[in-house]
Design a protein around this ligand. Structure first.
Ligand code: XMP
Length: 513
């Protein structure tokens, strides 16, 4: 079944993926593509609509991204957001001017409710808050356009030319701070583009299963199962599609959270697939002896992981397909060039070409993380697996600062377990996007009973984030932190001090190593 498609044209703004996710939340399939994509390619995809994203530039910058005027003549509905709005105005003969005071943040905005974009939004008042972030503004809309919203400092906060199906908003409807923003996007999709909302996980699962069956035929499929959400959902989908033609190799490096290895085994062993668990902790510990530098740890684990996988997969001989749990955010190329590599992320997804296989299949390539979770539920995976928070490939090894020992690993597993248990009890496990304990290699003096102690400091980290590129520290109530801290120092030996990390990313990263 072919779904209706909306294209998000990426001009390098920070909310590009968020726009795509919001569109999908409205039940419409969309893809993010570079603004440089040739118009013929865009036309060939037959999109029901196009959204121009924001971007960091001014339309007057020497190297700012531009677009051929002809795109506005294709008869395809277009919604321009922020830079995309200014670009539409500029390209079609309006005037873009630099603001005397940039508008940033929550802004009172007056809407003209006769606009299709706004009349379709339930309960939108005439004045509501929108989220602005711009230093240029449109001082004059192009001929043929009417202005449909304004703010105190921005005479054209929205404009439209309904005959040509062109709409534009200076603010960001995709961010939560814009009241009724999702409704506005929904109104564009439904009332302007005519989208019916045909993108659901149920229909995705059906189509994907049929396509995988078709492709795999009698072939054999190999999957590296890490126990994370993506590879687990990938395994569930593949097992539905091809059953015992699938072999999953789960390399347990020993740095998983408490009980996690067994949970993965319980979810997949005994199903109609070939499940192999490789208990490789001893080999990993051996390689990591004396290693305390974070990058060396990551590289050592990455390499050993591949070796362990290779050793096991060699026993299978040639397989036809290597499956990977790549998801859509990994696939999207940003319009504004490549971001700097801050840490070398070791992903079990990134397996090498020397494993003997003919082709790669990536059945989750089109999905965002929240959609992968929905799909997991659709396929009947246990909730605790589907809602598992992101976990780095090298696992607890990069949450033990300095050299890893069996003792430190055990201390951290126990402390992390208590933290997770209390966060779940407090009902915060889905609102805090990632939370974990870090065993620092700092020791300090404490007092327990009548005696002096000299033991480790444990750090707790909890963050809220939309994309893991930036993050805020989670405001965990003191009462919850109090219980966690008391339990940890009482129940876990060798920790006598607990601290909470209150740094945002940037400047810190989420993990400590
Ligand atoms: P940082 O620490 O870079 O983390 O702010 C951002 C997100 O990425 C996860 N992370 C990793 N994931 N392999 C992974 O698969 C890795 O090596 C790795 N390092 C960090 C981290 O947990 C957070 O969700």
């Amino acid at each position: 079944m072919k779904h209706q498609l909306v294209l998000v044209l990426d001009f390098g703004g920070q909310y590009n993926q968020l726009i795509a996710r919001r569109v999908r939340e409205c039940g419409v399939y969309c893809e993010v593509i570079r603004y440089t994509t040739p118009l013929e390619e865009i036309a060939a995809k037959q999109p029901a609509g196009i959204i121009f994203t924001g971007g960091p530039n001014s339309v007057y910058d020497e190297n700012s991204p531009h677009i051929a005027k002809e795109i506005f003549e294709m008869g395809i509905p277009i919604l321009g957001i922020c830079y995309g709005c200014q670009l539409m105005a500029y390209t079609l003969g309006g005037t873009v001017t630099t603001c005397e005071t940039s508008e940033y943040g929550k802004t009172e905005t007056i809407y003209d409710k006769s606009s299709i974009l706004f009349s379709g939004v339930e309960d939108l008042p005439e004045m509501a808050i929108s989220w602005m972030s711009h230093t240029d503004y449109i001082s004059k809309a192009p001929d043929g356009f009417i202005v449909t919203a304004h703010t105190e400092n921005c005479p054209v906060a929205a404009m439209e030319c309904p005959e040509k199906k062109l709409y534009a908003v200076q603010f960001h409807p995709e961010v939560n701070h814009t009241q009724h923003g999702l409704g506005m996007l929904g109104s564009f999709l439904k009332n302007v583009c005519g989208c019916t909302g045909d993108w659901t996980m149920e229909s995705y699962a059906k189509t994907a299963i049929a396509q995988i069956r078709d492709k795999v035929g009698d072939g054999r499929v190999l999957l590296a199962l890490s126990g994370g959400v993506d590879s687990s959902v990938c395994a569930a989908l593949l097992s539905r599609a091809v059953g015992n033609k699938l072999t999953c190799i789960f390399v347990d490096h020993g740095f998983l959270r408490k009980n996690e290895g067994d949970e993965v085994e319980a979810a997949f062993a005994g199903q109609n697939i070939n499940f192999i668990r490789v208990n490789a902790k001893a080999a990993f510990m051996e390689k990591l002896r004396g290693v305390s530098d974070p990058e060396t740890k990551r590289k050592t684990i990455g390499e050993e992981f591949i070796r362990a996988f290779e050793r096991e997969s060699k026993k299978l001989g040639t397989v036809d397909f290597l499956a990977q749990g790549t998801i859509y955010p990994d696939v999207i190329e940003s319009g504004s060039g490549d971001a700097a590599v801050i840490k070398s992320h070791h992903n079990v997804g990134g397996l090498p070409d020397y494993v003997d296989f003919k082709e790669i299949i990536e059945p989750l390539r089109l999905l965002f993380k929240d959609e992968v979770r929905q799909l997991g539920i659709e396929l009947g995976l246990p909730e605790q697996l589907v809602w598992r928070q992101p976990f780095p490939g090298p696992g607890l090894a990069i949450r033990i600062i300095g050299e890893i020992t069996d003792e430190k690993l055990e201390i951290l597993q126990e402390a992390d377990w208590i933290f997770r248990e209390e966060i779940a009890k407090a009902g915060l496990d889905r609102s805090i996007h990632q939370y974990f304990a870090v065993l620092t290699n700092m020791r300090s003096v404490g007092v327990m009973g009548d005696g002096r102690t000299y033991d480790y400091t444990l750090a707790l980290r909890g963050v809220t984030t939309t994309d893991f590129m930036t993050a805020d520290f989670a405001r965990i109530p003191y009462e919850v932190l109090e219980v966690v801290s008391a339990r940890i120092v009482n129940e876990v030996s060798h920790i006598n001090r607990v601290v909470y990390d209150v740094t945002t990313k940037p400047p810190a990263t989420i993990e400590w190593e």
